[in-house]
Design a protein around this ligand. Structure first.
Ligand code: PLP
Length: 386
């Protein structure tokens, strides 16, 4: 085995897919988001999803699409970013579904000769202010142009900026989407997809939606907002949410969704050296850590070059089911944890997985959930287990 290793459990991915599809029968099509090298899991996971009900996928570039197609040539595959029209024949070879962000792009696509009958999805900008149409007449015009073209308007979609749990933006975006698409006959367009995993879990399906997209969930994270416990902080949180709910007349929020999702990624490493450090000695760059007593440390082959960030506040590693704290600064490729006499050279060290959840990792590294998986998956040797 390599010094650091990321294990991706394909059975877990398959089970997550089955559970999601079974939980939300009101959606006809599930679009698995596999941008960013499938959130660091690699395209080796796509068939575990495809064979278990997630039958449509989305990537964010042609390069990702090419990697996807090495694993699966059948699934429809949407590219979320507009592909350069001078690469249209590559897109045809990859059998991509194309996202259309505005009329200029559509016109240049229609001017580019290509015999492949592309499916197209119109991107609607309902308030996120990234890609997409912001004018309903232009949206209508685009649909008319596509109608007369060799291509098929298969989808219309938008993306939410917030989770809509205690803010008015979510509902405002749904309403704006309705308004922007009001000159289209949505019943003739097979795939209307409004949001990502949090919209799926925290909100009832919008009547117009026929499909949903999700990323994090498939990789095993239940992102459902949790209900309130009995503590003071929870009571304050609940009061604040109630206040905003009334103030903005917010739509229903679903909490504590029971959906069995298991993280498919574990990140582990071996120990390079065990060493005794005397009271008063320093550890690492800047002599930043001083031993307050005689301690024992394990030196690990893990640093910010492994995609885990340099921030180290409260970071822990799990060895033999117990948690140990990092001591001293993260190096580029090396770091140390304070251990005890029970830890041995051959013990496996877990950095993500086991007792260490993505949420914990996010708190001590200051990184976002997807960012963590992406960094770990891309910067370490990865193994699929079946
Ligand atoms: C990344 C992305 C998603 C997936 O979001 P999750 O929060 O991981 O479910 C969905 N839709 C679009 C357009 C995205 O860019």
């Amino acid at each position: 085995m390599t010094d650091t290793y990321v294990k991706i459990d394909l059975k877990t991915m398959a089970q997550n897919a089955r559970n999601i599809v079974a939980k939300y029968p009101e959606y006809g099509t599930f679009i698995g988001i596999v941008k960013g090298d499938a959130y660091g899991h690699g395209y080796g996971i796509v068939n575990a999803l495809y064979e278990n009900g997630i039958r449509y996928f989305a990537v964010s570039s042609m390069e990702e699409a090419a990697d996807f197609r090495k694993e699966n040539t059948k699934a429809p595959l949407l590219c979320l970013e507009p592909i350069a029209t001078d690469r249209i024949s590559e897109a045809a070879e990859l059998q991509l579904t194309l996202a259309i962000p505005d009329l200029d792009y559509l016109n240049s696509l229609l001017d580019t000769h290509c015999p492949y009958p592309f499916n197209l999805h119109l991107q609607i900008d309902s308030g996120f202010n990234r890609l997409g149409f912001k004018d309903k007449r232009e949206i209508r015009k685009a649909a008319d142009l596509i109608e007369k073209s060799p291509y098929f308007l298969e989808g219309v979609y938008q993306h939410y900026a917030t989770a809509g749990i205690f803010d008015p933006h979510f509902d405002a975006q749904t309403n704006r989407f309705r308004e922007l698409t009001s000159l289209l006959d949505l019943s003739k367009i097979p795939l209307i997809h409004l949001g990502s995993g949090i919209a799926l879990m925290a909100h009832p399906k919008a009547d117009i939606a026929t499909a949903t997209r999700m990323g994090l969930m498939m990789y095993g994270y239940n992102i459902s907002p949790d209900s309130y416990g009995g503590g003071l902080k929870d009571r304050l949180r609940s009061m604040r949410d109630d206040y905003y709910h009334k103030k903005y007349h917010l739509s229903e929020v679903i909490r504590d969704v029971e959906l069995d999702l298991t993280p498919a990624m574990t990140y582990q490493c071996r120990i390079l050296q065990l060493k005794d450090v005397k009271k008063g000695e320093h550890i690492g760059y800047g002599a930043g850590y001083t031993a307050e007593e005689d301690i024992r440390i394990a030196v690990l082959p893990v640093g910010y070059n492994n995609g885990i960030g340099h921030q180290n506040n409260g970071r822990v590693a799990e060895i033999n089911g117990r948690l140990f704290s990092f001591v001293g600064e993260m190096g580029m490729n090396m770091s140390a944890v304070k251990v005890d006499a029970d830890v041995a050279m051959n013990d496996e060290v877990t950095l993500l997985g086991g007792k260490i959840t993505l949420g914990m990792f996010s708190r001590f590294s200051g990184m976002g959930l997807a960012e963590i998986m992406l960094g770990i998956g891309k910067n370490n040797p990865r193994y699929y287990i079946d």
